[in-house]
Design a protein around this ligand. Structure first.
Ligand code: FES
Ligand code: FES
Length: 210
């Protein structure tokens, strides 16, 4: 068995025992599986090469300039949640079906799971964390949810809220049917749609009065 640890020339690597070798393999596996889980490229294996995309970029998120290390294939959802700690943006399906990851990009509701971060470098990104005023006053859409007790588990809520906030920018005085159409890109697993629409009608009223 010790022979398996020898190099092709037949001599064991100097200063490395079989135990050390096995430990190294296990450690390497832990690094790569962690990278998979968190969708972060292994910094040990990704080297900047001529022609590669610059990794350290600046994003405008909630009115702040945020410097962040982003790999080429990284989605905006991954950057927001796992690099910037903005976990209000949810990962529901990760394939543009549920809307839980919705944020505003230049005021347009956008599935952040389906946008590469590098493509929004010069855009204004707004997440649920950026809706309330600095003094804590909630956005009218958020207040409407509290007033009407909208949502059950609320996993889908931040995506719905961002979709509604974006929709109100295009239609400030919507009917209930128009709201339903406006947020139809978002799904609620609790199927609490009736209360969601009632809460959003209230939010639209508050928005007009604000
Ligand atoms: S997580 Fe993006 S659409 Fe479902
Ligand atoms: S309230 Fe539970 S998923 Fe929408």
């Amino acid at each position: 068995m010790e022979d398996q640890c020898k190099d092709p020339a037949g001599s064991p690597p100097k200063g490395i025992s079989r135990r050390d070798l096995i430990k190294g393999v296990i450690a390497a596996g832990a690094v790569s599986s962690g990278s998979y889980l968190f969708r972060v490229a292994n910094p040990l294996t990704v080297a900047s090469a001529p022609g590669s995309v610059e990794r350290l970029i600046t994003l405008n998120v909630n009115g702040q300039q945020r410097r962040v290390d982003v790999v080429k294939q990284e989605t905006l959802m991954t950057t927001l949640r796992y690099k910037l700690g903005l976990t209000g943006t949810k990962n529901g399906c990760d394939r543009a079906e549920c809307g839980a990851c919705t944020v505003l990009v230049d005021d347009v509701p956008t599935y952040s799971c389906s946008v590469l971060t590098h493509t929004v470098r010069d855009r204004q990104i707004q997440t649920i964390e950026g809706l309330a005023k600095p003094d804590g006053t909630l956005h009218p859409v958020q207040q409407g949810i509290i007033d009407e007790q909208g949502f059950q588990c609320a996993f889908c809520m931040s995506g719905f809220v961002m979709a509604m906030v974006g929709f109100l920018k295009t239609n400030p005085n919507p009917t209930r049917a128009e709201i339903a159409q406006g947020v139809s890109g978002n799904l609620c697993r609790c199927q609490d749609y009736d209360k969601i629409l009632t809460a959003f009608q209230r939010g639209a009223e508050l928005s007009r009065g604000a």
